[in-house]
Design a protein around this ligand. Structure first.
Ligand code: SF4
Length: 463
């Protein structure tokens, strides 16, 4: 006989335990073991009023955001719907079946308000990192640095060639992202007259977005240019834990500068300083290598940024031998190139051959065919560059080169699994908030994957 489903959907009492309905090997169970937000309320307390109606529990909002980043649910409206419907999400948020879910607009208010003022997302990120350290996942011996470009929430057709002279106050007045951009300009480039708008930076980008002016107009290889930010990761190479993250406009100079910010911050906050730092050529410019080698005493596992290599058949600088004792170069013709020792504006000193040496030299056409004598520019940081060159010839460097893939894999994971290939929040602060939460979630996922007990078939053992 064909069965007939009963129509009673509204019994008066349920005997229902949410805990029993969350699969024992659900990812959120693993994450739940390592996420401790007990300190969040104390951190946020100064930013809440002692009177008035109680607001939404900040821990609930952070737990919901963890779910959002963990499962690539980027829309806050959808996140609220999912938490409402999904039993595992409710369980992770410590909500009962009948508890109300916060409205999606509450997220926006808190994200741009208290959470940002109190740096709550960095607090969450650092709490998770501390747990990783306590679990022994951070060795602190080798760090890797890299950056990845993430599209800004800005239409590529809504831009002006440069921001100079543009009336940002038109329409309903500047948006939050525009206000942040103008105050950052003001702080970096103040004018004498406070009524004057701040002037653009000395090297303004080609296009400035009217929606999110702090985003950088970036040319991607093989595709049209777009507005973007960069997420910069500093990771520990032992287990690939992200030890710091920094948001910058998608521009190489700012990406490289963030290295100093992150290395200093991790040392100050967690007393962690690596013995070696692994990076690609972008981080191999002379001033950066000097900072790594001489200021921080860290071994640079970074290829040197070489501009002196020539590919037109003439001698490159590497064909000239430097003599440290006499502070001079010996050319392939056996002559000496000397210097006055005066640095140029590009932090180099010039070494020159004598006109009479070059005039009668058999190598003249391969050395300096268009000038009376040959000149060699040597960086004032050449010592640090030499250290990096030496490291690059060692087997340890080869190992570091392989390990560098760990940070690239984290970026691939960020974009493919966490679906963070385009930001939802605007402004540099929005990018910072998103990158911090995403990095915290990546660390949580790693702990859940690595530390939760597993059966022989690789599945998580129920906890
Ligand atoms: S051209 Fe001058 S610098 Fe070059 S190899 Fe000859 S002597 Fe040396």
């Amino acid at each position: 006989m064909m069965g007939n489903q009963g129509a009673s959907q509204a019994p008066l009492f349920y005997a229902f335990n949410l805990e029993d309905h969350v699969p024992r090997d659900h990812l959120l169970r693993g994450i739940g073991r390592f996420l401790d937000l007990s300190d969040l309320r104390r951190h946020l307390a100064p930013f809440y009023s002692h009177t008035g109606r109680p607001s939404i529990d900040p821990e609930l909002m952070i737990r919901m955001l963890v779910i959002g980043y963990c499962f690539g649910i980027r829309s806050e409206r959808r996140l609220c719907e999912e938490v409402h419907l999904n039993l595992a999400y409710r369980w992770f948020c410590r909500l009962g079946l009948e508890d109300r879910i916060p409205d999606h607009s509450t997220f926006s208010k808190n994200r741009h308000g208290r959470f940002r003022q109190s740096d709550a997302f960095r607090h969450v990120f650092e709490t998770v990192l501390r747990r990783c350290m306590n679990e022994g996942l951070v060795a602190g011996e080798g760090f890797a640095i890299d950056a990845s470009v993430i599209k800004a929430d800005a239409n590529r057709t809504r831009g002006v060639p440069d921001g100079e002279g543009f009336d940002w106050a038109q329409g309903d007045g500047p948006t939050r992202a525009v206000r942040e951009y103008l105050s950052a300009l003001d702080a970096g480039n103040p004018t004498d007259d406070p009524s004057e708008p701040p002037t653009a930076p000395p090297n303004p980008p080609k296009n400035i977005s009217l929606t999110d002016p702090a985003a950088r107009w970036t040319a991607a290889p093989g595709g049209p240019a777009f507005y973007a930010y960069s997420t910069n990761y500093l990771i520990d190479l032992d287990a690939g834990i992200i030890v710091d993250v920094e948001a910058t406009p998608a521009h190489r100079t700012e990406e490289v500068d963030s290295t100093k910010t992150m290395i200093e911050r991790v040392e100050k906050r967690f007393d962690l300083k690596p013995k070696r730092l692994v990076g690609d050529t972008a981080y191999g410019a002379a001033p950066m290598l000097n900072w790594i080698v001489n200021d921080k005493q860290i071994e640079p596992h970074i290829p040197v940024w070489e501009k002196a290599q020539r590919d037109d058949g003439t001698f490159s600088r590497s064909d000239f031998q430097f003599n440290e004792q006499s502070n001079s170069y010996e050319c392939p013709g056996g002559k000496e190139l000397t210097t006055t020792g005066r640095p140029t504006s590009e932090s180099t000193v010039l070494f020159r051959a004598k006109n009479e040496d070059c005039a009668g030299c058999a190598h003249k056409q391969r050395c300096c065919p268009n000038t009376p004598h040959r000149r060699i520019a040597r960086s004032i940081y050449e010592g640090a560059r030499d250290v990096a060159r030496t490291v690059c010839t060692t087997p340890a460097y080869e190992q570091s080169r392989k390990e560098r893939k760990k940070v690239e894999m984290l970026f691939a994971h960020l974009k493919r699994i966490l679906k963070l290939d385009r930001l939802r929040l605007r402004g540099l602060n929005g990018a910072r908030d998103e990158f911090l939460m995403a990095a915290a979630v990546q660390n949580l996922r790693r702990m859940a994957k690595w530390l939760a007990p597993k059966a022989e078939n690789g599945r998580l053992i129920p906890v």
